[in-house]
Design a binder for this molecule. Structure first.
Ligand SMILES: [Zn+2]
Length: 288
């Protein structure tokens, strides 16, 4: 009976279509979130269960204020009214409980170890590896200025929790690499490197306000954008800066151009994402 067999085939096909539609709608939420990854350099998403005030609980982790957004439209909406999105520092230890305080309530979470790879780079300008005392003095002043920008706290009407890419090009160095410059150990890689030609555009990955610009010893020409609720992004090694402090930018607006200023081996964008004054893996914010 060939006819019957083909009817069954059609029925199975319909069933597959209906099932995949149901699955897709079950896992689609109106409010996007970054990708959770409870590792050093990752992000923890914590439902603030039991805190039902109409005002977002003031939430702190390791002395820094943490982003809290309504859970409405997320997979946490039936668990709590608010969710905290906390950046976990690269220095966090897997054997130590992490403590988050929301108003007067404590929340605890664990982090898992993550083995980041090592990277060995050769830098021609020796002062970028072994800075002179005056370079160190300069760097300390610059670091304080950048730290103030990382600690920006603004409250736009819509929280930003996802980014589009700020430059077109292959990822040349991932976040978190253990770094050696001219064989000497240095701080781990705190951003994502995107390789692009000198002069190519760098654009805002979301709406925000420019909170810092400068020509820095290691980072070269730099821009920092505040996206609200403790989320900031930084752009380094630029050949040109096209914004100034106080400028409001929208997704896709030009910030400047790719360059090779500061400590580099060639033209690229060093893009870093900071949540609660903690550098985290930018990949977690990209809707891939
Ligand atoms: Zn970099």
């Amino acid at each position: 009976m060939p006819r019957r067999r083909s009817d069954n085939g059609m029925k199975i096909k319909h069933l597959v279509v209906i099932l995949s539609f149901l699955l897709a709608s079950t896992f689609t939420y109106a409010q996007p979130l970054p990708k959770e990854s409870r590792v050093p350099g990752g992000i923890a998403i914590i439902p603030l269960t039991g805190l039902n005030s109409s005002i977002a609980p003031s939430t702190w982790y390791k002395g820094n204020r943490v982003m809290v957004i309504p859970s409405k439209g997320t997979q946490y909406s039936d668990k709590s009214r608010w969710i905290a999105i906390a950046g976990i520092p690269l220095s966090a230890k897997a054997d130590k409980k992490q403590h988050l305080k929301a108003d007067t309530t404590s929340f605890y979470f664990d982090v898992k170890d993550k083995a980041y790879k090592a990277q060995y780079l050769t830098i021609k300008n020796k002062r970028h590896v072994e800075p002179d005392p005056e370079d160190i003095k300069r760097w300390r002043t610059e670091k304080a200025k950048m730290l103030a920008a990382y600690k920006s706290w603004s409250t736009p009407p819509q929280p930003t929790v996802q980014f589009s890419l700020p430059a077109k090009g292959p990822y040349s160095s991932p976040f978190g690499l253990k770094r050696f410059f001219n064989k000497q150990p240095r701080n781990p890689h705190s951003g994502l490197d995107i390789a692009a030609p000198q002069g190519a555009p760098i654009t805002a990955p979301a709406t925000g306000i420019v909170v810092d610009t400068g020509d820095y010893f290691f980072n070269g020409n730099t821009v920092i954008v505040d996206h609200g609720f403790g989320l900031t992004t930084m752009y380094c090694h630029m050949s040109k800066i096209d914004v100034k402090i106080g400028d409001r930018v929208n997704t896709g607006d030009r910030l400047g151009a790719i360059g090779k200023t500061g400590r580099v081996t060639g033209p690229h964008l060093h893009w870093s994402v900071s949540l609660n004054n903690t550098r985290v893996d930018p990949i977690l914010f990209l809707n891939q």
